[in-house]
Design a binder for this molecule. Structure first.
Ligand code: ITT
Length: 194
């Protein structure tokens, strides 16, 4: 695997995946292949939405051989798994990280159970076959934003075993333990054993 198309418009995800995969693989995003359309994400699960993104690319690339997509989100125990697949647009359209985090903290005001997990599902489409790889990391939601690294809900998520949020931890640390890193590593193991 020397080059791969990553079906995302999210520059943060692309930078994390480049970091996780290292220099040996060239990761091309939708911007790099001039696909600027919004991809409909109307599935009920991370698996469904991840597949929809990858399939969207397959339908639009003429000499298609392989692409990957990432659908991710935060699942909060006390909110019955919300925001879940609606993480990007939790506070409505247009998607806005700051408003999403504010809404989350508001919904958790006075709530004692702060347990949550991040989930990533990577779909790999290889020729006409689809494979999915799930990564998760558990932690807690604190009651204020801390740190400026990362994106999305990183400033309020403290992974188990750490005292700092994903937005305070160096990106190398997040990229070695995150939901995304765990899913991507499963994908890489799979590819290496093909
Ligand atoms: P693409 O569909 O173009 O890949 P997106 O941002 O719309 O980008 P998702 O549909 O997977 O991606 O939504 C994921 C949302 O979940 C994202 O916008 C963040 O709010 C949150 N999220 C995902 N991974 C995260 C991470 O590593 N750290 C913090 N928040 C994350």
């Amino acid at each position: 695997m020397k080059e791969i198309v990553f079906a995302t418009h999210n520059a943060h995800k692309a930078s994390e995946i480049r970091n996780i995969l290292g220099d040996s693989v060239k990761v091309k995003t939708l911007t790099d292949i001039n696909l600027f359309e919004e991809i409909p994400e109307n599935g009920n699960t991370f698996e469904e939405n991840s597949f929809l993104k990858a399939d969207f690319v397959r339908a639009r690339v003429s000499d298609f051989t392989m692409c990957i997509a990432d659908d991710s989100g935060l699942m909060v125990e006390a909110l019955d798994g919300a925001p879940g697949v609606f993480s990007a647009r939790y506070a409505g359209e247009p998607a806005d990280d700051k408003r999403n985090v504010a809404k989350l903290l508001d919904n958790l005001k006075g709530v004692e159970n702060r347990r949550a997990k991040f989930v990533t599902v990577i779909t790999a489409l290889i020729n006409d076959k689809s494979y999915s790889f799930r990564g998760e990391i558990e932690g807690v939601i604190i009651d204020e934003c801390r740190g400026t690294n990362g994106f999305g809900y990183d400033p309020v998520f403290v992974p188990d075993g750490y005292d700092l949020t994903f937005a305070q931890l160096p990106s190398e640390v997040k990229n070695s333990i995150s939901h995304r890193a765990r899913a991507i590593r499963k994908f890489v193991d799979f590819i290496n054993n093909l």
